[in-house]
Write a protein that binds this ligand. Structure first.
Ligand code: SAM
Length: 196
């Protein structure tokens, strides 16, 4: 297995994985802060966590990633994929609903990658803040949700997710303990630094 095969397999199966330009931006952050502990919400088939771990290990970082996935079939696929990359000592897949799993985790993380249910982003943010320290970075992918977040008109189907994504943006931009920028790359990436 190589990373291109894993990526193409996910795309063929219509599994939404982190986009190339978003990944490049995240790589810059990984290079800069060298996180040893990462929490990812939304594993899918393990593509993003395998990319992050590979990048960090190549930069001599002894990284540990906890990653949560609701869909049991995808989580098991991720576990297999992680094994085939020999990364099972670095990446721990937790099968379950992040909303239920998160309150039971009491660890500090250097980096969070929020990439699961858009309607739960404000809850995920509160949990990430609880497990953050000064200098932690919280990344939220799909924050602009195909442009719907910036649009006045949204179909009923998207409205709840859009409202929660807007709430997330408000939370990270009005909290004076946080510094946030939102990049219009991929499907939108919010980068939040915890200042204290
Ligand atoms: N991070 C992955 C990557 O780039 O390779 C892609 C993740 S995909 C965008 C979102 C995943 O989140 C899906 O596999 C979905 O099953 C999972 N998910 C959705 N809601 C969730 C929840 N409440 N808890 C955990 N996982 C969830």
């Amino acid at each position: 297995m190589n990373i291109e095969i894993l990526k193409n397999k996910a795309l063929e199966e219509h599994i939404p994985i982190v986009m190339d330009d978003t990944l490049d931006e995240i790589y810059k952050i990984l290079k800069k802060i060298k996180p040893e502990n990462i929490l990812e919400l939304g594993t899918a088939t393990g593509y993003s966590s395998i990319c992050f771990a590979t990048k960090l290990i190549n930069n001599n970082v002894d990284v540990h990633i906890d990653t949560i996935e609701l869909d049991e079939k995808r989580a098991n696929q991720a576990i297999e994929n992680i094994k085939s990359f020999n990364l099972d000592n670095n990446i721990n897949v937790i099968i379950g609903n992040a909303v239920e799993v998160l309150p039971n985790i009491n660890k500090k993380y250097d980096l969070f990658f929020i990439d699961a249910a858009k309607g739960k982003y404000p809850i995920f943010l509160q949990e990430a803040l609880r497990m953050s320290h000064k200098g932690s970075i919280i990344l939220a992918d799909n924050i602009l949700y195909k442009g719907y977040v910036m649009s006045d008109y949204n179909k009923h189907k998207q409205r709840t997710a859009v409202n929660h994504l807007r709430e997330y943006i408000k939370d990270v931009t009005t909290n004076d303990k946080l510094e946030t920028k939102i990049l219009e790359i991929g499907d939108g990436l919010a980068i939040t630094v915890v200042k204290n």
